[in-house]
Design a protein around this ligand. Structure first.
Ligand code: CA
Length: 589
């Protein structure tokens, strides 16, 4: 069995550490390979986001708007057994193998040509794990001869790419306190960089960097104001300065359990040498308990990968009262506007605004709605960078007659967001972002809450509702220079899968109804679709092998919507689960 028991594991650990370090210098995935990932190297898929910047763009064009009618399955691979639930992963492709993570902290290596299973590692999960939003995993990282991924009991596991044997395994934090992890790590200059999940349990979000070959901690940076960062060297723990200023934007001791979970991980921009990562909601959800901006929750951060210092921050939702987690991806791109080129990032936030920031300093360039309804703000002040709030917030329970429930308000977007975790793509040929958006709102109210370790820490109740009868999901092409929506594709169910775009003038994404779909990148015309047997909520990728272009995507309905979606979940309760990897290529006649 792959569930290696401890004694066996420790022996393997000592031996493979040496082998891993030695072989990585001569073979395997290097820092230079990771810099080339995506645009320069089309034979592999080496990192979360396809390239470091997270554009999810491929220059490949054998599969294009003209040839896509001939796109057919090459093979399909079933994850097997009764463990289904949401399959939200982005596969990686390297050296003839596909590495794909699956629900319940599993990872498979599959022969990219044939779909033959090479190995599986099933992480042994303890009872009592506390993942907020299904037992999903979003993907792995490659470095040297290792494949590294995080688990629902908040561990980080590095396996040998050939054998699937554990090389190192490190505990990130205590799952009993509410920590978990499901994001794909990234590797930057030999450091594996991760966040943590658990914002609904009052954990404190942070970013950790470890030596990718050994798993040893190098630095840790909490993202809630008032906490101390640390660096580690030769067994020495050294203070690396406070995050912000204790007590400045948080009342009392609430910063100690302040949330800001970094649960979606981040990307890296080599041009500014920054790890770009978003932070989740401040805890608890009931904002009346914590007057102030509550830095650096619901924010966009640029972090120095050498030491964890926060280079700049931009807070998308100050004093968040709606669970508008600001974790969504910050995708680096060159903004062409008014005859100038600006090093920018695009971010489609849960709160319904599409932000363009200057990635050299975090300065706001524009913020435009990408959903049809926003009850909480009418816009964002470009001078101050702050939202122009309407005042529509759930009421303070301490001011209610019985002190138990504040006034209920209807808020849009819902806390599942104008866009949730599912990554958008940026196509440099069209200059457009492709955003998997959703149209929904919620009844939300606040309740009194006190912190208890390992217990849900919300102080809120909610019911999510569709805004329209005919659709919830909307794939929207957005021009970042103007904020204008150039085209949209409407989907009955909420969109919950990642997006891929290519030089073949194509945009790919999946639907909970089970289809992988392809659209004309310029016009949005649907060109192709294929039924995979269960909902597609994973991230499509593409690569070339022996002169042929391939597309891969996981299939398996699940994630947060069936668990938390209220009336939306009821409306789509007929959707069925699954667990498989689909690979496509052009049919040769
Ligand atoms: Ca949250």
């Amino acid at each position: 069995m792959m569930h290696a028991r401890f004694p066996m594991n420790r022996i393997a650990l000592g031996v493979s550490l040496l082998l891993g370090a030695a072989s990585a210098a001569v073979a395997g995935v290097t820092d230079q390979d990771l810099l080339n990932a995506g645009v320069k190297d089309t034979k592999s898929v080496l990192t979360w986001g396809i390239d470091y910047q997270g554009t999810r763009y491929s220059p490949l064009k054998q599969i294009n708007a003209d040839t896509i009618k001939d796109l057919v399955p090459a093979w399909t691979f079933s994850y097997g057994d009764e463990k289904q639930r949401g399959q939200e992963a982005q596969p990686l492709v390297y050296n003839g193998k596909i590495f794909v993570t699956a629900s319940y902290s599993r990872i498979y290596a599959v022969d990219a040509k044939t779909g033959k299973k090479l190995w599986v590692y099933e992480h042994r999960l303890p009872d009592g794990i506390l993942p907020c939003c299904d037992v999903i995993n979003r993907g792995a990282a490659l470095y040297g001869d290792l494949v590294i991924y995080s688990t629902l009991d908040a561990q980080l596991v590095a396996l040998n790419q050939e054998t699937g044997k554990v090389v190192w395994r490190e505990k990130m934090d205590n799952y009993k306190d509410g920590y978990s992890n499901s994001a794909a790590p990234i590797v930057v200059k030999g450091l594996v960089i991760t966040g943590v999940s658990g914002g609904e349990f009052g954990v404190v979000g942070r970013v950790d960097a470890r030596d990718a070959l050994t798993g040893k901690l190098v630095w840790t940076r909490p993202v809630i104001e008032g906490h101390m960062g640390y660096t580690f060297k030769d067994g020495q723990k050294t203070e690396a300065g406070l995050t912000g200023e204790t007590g400045k934007t948080w009342p009392g001791d609430l910063w100690k359990t302040g949330g800001g979970a970094t649960w979606l991980g981040g990307y890296y921009d080599p041009e500014t040498d920054s790890v770009l990562i978003g932070t989740g909601n401040p805890a608890p959800w009931n904002a009346h308990t914590r007057p102030g901006d509550n830095l650096y929750s619901t924010s966009s951060l640029a972090i120095n990968p050498a030491n964890g210092d926060i280079k700049w921050h931009y807070q998308n939702t100050p004093n968040d009262g709606w669970d508008f987690d600001g974790v969504n991806e910050m995708v680096s791109f060159d903004l062409k506007k008014d005859g100038k080129t600006v090093k920018a990032i695009g971010k489609a936030d849960r709160n319904g605004f599409f932000y363009v920031l200057d990635r050299t300093n975090g300065k706001l360039i524009s913020a435009t709605p990408f959903v049809t309804k926003q009850t909480w703000a009418t816009g964002v002040d470009l001078k101050t960078g702050r939202p122009i709030e309407t005042g529509v917030r759930p009421g303070d329970p301490s001011k209610s007659a019985d002190g138990k429930k504040g006034e209920t308000v209807f808020s849009a977007p819902s806390f599942l967001g104008g866009k949730n975790w599912m990554p958008m793509a940026y196509n440099k040929d069209t200059g457009l972002f492709y955003v998997p958006a959703n149209e929904w709102g919620m009844d939300i109210w606040n309740e009194p809450i006190t912190y208890k370790k390992g217990a849900a820490y919300l102080g809120a109740g909610f019911n999510i509702k569709p805004l329209y009868d005919d659709y919830i999901g909307a794939l929207r092409a957005i021009d970042p220079a103007t904020g204008k929506i150039v085209w949209e594709y409407k989907n009955y169910s909420p969109l919950w899968g990642g997006v891929l775009t290519t030089a073949g003038n194509l945009v790919f994404t999946g639907t909970p109804e089970g289809f992988l779909k392809a659209f004309d990148a310029k016009t949005g015309k649907e060109l192709w679709s294929y039924q995979t047997g269960s909902g597609v909520v994973g991230c499509p990728v593409t690569w070339e092998m022996d002169g042929e272009q391939y597309i891969a995507v996981p299939s398996g309905w699940g994630g947060a919507v069936p668990l938390w979606g209220g009336e939306v979940a009821k409306r789509i309760s007929y959707l069925t689960q699954g667990g498989s990897l689909w690979v496509f290529k052009l049919h040769k006649s």
